[in-house]
Design a protein around this ligand. Structure first.
Ligand SMILES: [Zn+2]
Length: 476
């Protein structure tokens, strides 16, 4: 089959999957109606008969087995009692013809589409999907809260295909960010009430007003996902670093807008220099209702309004660092969460080391993180007789949320600090720079990361990384 791709910019970008999405949000019913055309170019060395999409909103269903928050977070997540949402697929078409599809997975979170013909390497296919998303009243990536309506992971998104493994159909999990996607091109139209302001991934192309509604058109190439936030409480403050517009979205009457924006500026400037230049033309840092500290999407991060009330810039810096580690350098966040969280958390420590006016001392942070990890080891040994200290495992193999946090965030920091002691800070920073430069817009596996660090540092680090990842390295 051969279709022409509309709007492809150059050869490399034209090979990317293209999402053309049209959305309308009904704020009275809390329902998002959507239509997307996904154009997939088969650049793999493989023939496909089916394509698979994640339906993440189905994790918000009442009978979903994998809940969207752990039991300890229920009260913070649901401000008005338990509430549920979902995604319904209305039609799946190719060239106006209906395609066979089924909703699969233990929580109905996979859409399996049978293609009309076998899709050979270099073939292109366009699939039109109509869907509606019902939002739960929940302070989460997707859901409406008191102040903001968050649209993260809301549309059917193609599962990543890994040669030799097939499509990665990871389920949802309350631990971590259970996502994995390829960079793609997006054109998005959103129709919504004029009472709201919108913060979104991508470049704003136009706004058309019609009565009490407005429609924005957004365009962006080479981003890993697309997200937006609506609010009638937003107050925005903006500045520019070179050609990058930085927007901080607080709430009306906030008196800390300038201070928060300065943190965003410091973070972008530091990471531009430390890791490599941020490649997009805008970044939105968005105060929002969110049960955890924050959440990263391309060109947009959510920062919990609860965290901000504690005057905590740590989360802002961490979420911004994810633009480099997750946004530009991607990974399977379900099976190898330590890659993006570890590099992000360690980069955050390096930010505070370089920006000492924030009052955090690198050595003190390492000490406190190490103590916290050792306390976790001690308590878990007492309670369960042994500690599972593996960093490399899928999200569903972490027994508790504290175990996940200790192994993925704290242990990663201790690992990178231990690597720094071995090879020195200069080589470590160069290894981060080289990884960023060589794998921009790609997904990296643990093997790729380790090989890249070995190539950059000229140290044989295979044994070093493996002993940390498999939990055998001792935390001293
Ligand atoms: Zn993170």
């Amino acid at each position: 089959m051969a279709f022409t791709l509309v709007g492809c910019k150059d050869k490399q970008l034209s090979n990317l999957t293209n999402y053309n999405i049209s959305l309308s949000y009904d704020e009275n019913e809390n329902i998002l109606t959507g239509k997307e055309t996904v154009t997939f170019f088969n650049y793999y060395d493989n023939m496909f008969e089916n394509l698979y999409f994640h339906l993440y909103p189905n994790a918000f269903r009442e009978d979903a087995k994998n809940k969207v928050v752990s039991s300890t977070k229920i009260e913070d997540a649901y401000p008005n009692g338990l509430s549920y949402g979902n995604i319904e697929i209305k039609s799946v078409l190719n060239n106006g013809n209906q395609l066979k599809y089924s909703i699969e997975g233990q929580d109905q979170n996979i859409l399996n589409v049978s293609l009309p013909l076998q899709l050979y390497p270099d073939d292109i296919i366009s699939i039109d999907i109509e869907f509606t998303v019902k939002l739960a009243n929940i302070n989460h990536r997707l859901g409406y809260g008191e102040n903001t309506i968050n649209f993260g992971n809301f549309y059917p998104i193609l599962a990543v295909y890994e040669s030799g493994k097939g499509f990665m159909l990871n389920p949802y999990h309350s631990n971590g960010d259970p996502f994995y996607s390829e960079c793609s091109n997006y054109q998005v139209e959103i129709d919504f009430s004029k009472e709201f302001n919108i913060a979104h991934s991508g470049k704003l192309m136009s706004i058309i007003e019609d009565g009490n509604r407005q429609k924005v058109k957004i365009d962006e190439d080479n981003i890993r996902d697309f997200a937006f936030v609506l609010s009638n409480k937003f107050e925005k403050i903006s500045t520019k670093i070179n050609d990058i517009v930085i927007n901080y979205w607080g709430y009306k009457d906030d008196d800390d807008l300038n201070v928060r924006l300065q943190t965003c500026v410091d973070a972008v400037e530091t990471f531009n220099d430390m890791i490599g230049v941020y490649p997009y033309s805008q970044l939105n840092v968005v105060k929002s209702n969110f049960v955890h500290g924050g959440m990263e999407f391309p060109e947009l991060v959510l920062i919990s309004d609860k965290v901000l009330s504690d005057d905590n810039d740590y989360v802002i810096v961490h979420e911004i660092a994810h633009q480099w580690w997750y946004g530009v350098i991607g990974n399977d966040e379900y099976n190898h969460a330590w890659i993006d969280e570890g590099l992000t958390e360690y980069s955050t420590l390096l930010f505070f080391e370089e920006n000492d006016d924030y009052g955090f001392k690198y050595n003190e942070m390492i000490k406190s993180i190490t103590n916290s990890y050792k306390l976790f080891e001690k308590i878990y040994t007492k309670v369960t007789g042994e500690v599972d200290g593996r960093m490399e495992r899928p999200l569903n193999e972490f027994n508790t949320e504290p175990e996940y946090v200790q192994c993925i965030y704290n242990k990663s920091v201790i690992m990178f600090d231990s690597l720094r002691e071995m090879i020195g800070i200069k080589k470590l920073k160069n290894a981060m720079k080289d990884l960023y430069k060589d794998y921009s817009y790609k997904n990296v596996s643990p093997e790729i990361l380790i090989a890249s660090f070995i190539k950059s540092t000229h140290y044989d680090l295979e044994g070093f990384f493996n002993s940390w990842l498999n939990g055998k390295a001792m935390v001293k």
